[in-house]
Design a protein around this ligand. Sequence first.
Ligand code: URA
Length: 280
Amino acid sequence: MSRRALILEELGLNPVWVRTAILPELQIAAQAVQAVAVNAPAPAPRPQGLSPVAVAAHQALAPLVSQPKFSPPPAAIPANDPVEDERSKRIAIMNWDELQSAVSSCTACPLCQSRQKNNEQPVFGTGPMQPSIMVLGEAPDADEIAQQKPFLGEAGKLLDNMLAAISEDSLVYKANILKCRTPNKRNPQAAEAQQCAPFLKRQIELLQPKSLFVLGRFALKTLLETDEPVSVLREKLQHYKQIPLVVSYPPTYLLRNLPDKSKAWQDLLRLKGTLTAPLV
Ligand code: URA
């Protein structure tokens, strides 16, 4: 069995996540998409060592991945750019060191009070500059604050395994929309996300990731400024300032909702497609 198939099996994604009952539908859908995609590049090679079920799923999803024109980026910076206030403008011209230091000393929202009281440091993010993928989550937890790394624990392991299944390299940068933790891991509040957003936007600009992998509705809302749910926006490739953006479920959610792992696998294939699509 190939390494990829082994990883998928470990994730519980292979080969059981396509019901044999819908195999004929998948095959017909794959044929239909391939028939209209006359200008699409050749589909990705069929993975070796997979069961007929997994191969049919691969055939059904391959056209989604191999068509670089699936959803063309807008010609100009999208109109959802925020109206920037003075603070945002200052942050928007910071260099990397200035940005890190501004995050460390930020007092723009009430989360700074517990951070200062507990003598904690925000988690800025980890990974290389110009990464292939920038993963965006919601907020670090107490352990992640202590270790100064996002996405640790079971959820982090799941995320790493998922990314290893599609990524040829390890050029992954991980960060969150909130750099401080929320009390009792509660969801980020709109005002907190709003204050942290200029940091994140400058971070993306300086990092220049090839693709964004945005996990969960709070991260999504911050970047795309929309109330559309993950379940809708994950259906097609999005863009943030012309950077391909794939929406998916947070790994913490996937740990509790195993059936949705198959959807996350579709999202990963879409993400992989953004890394391999030729520049247009
Ligand atoms: N850990 C993070 O750093 N971010 C999340 O969104 C979840 C867990």
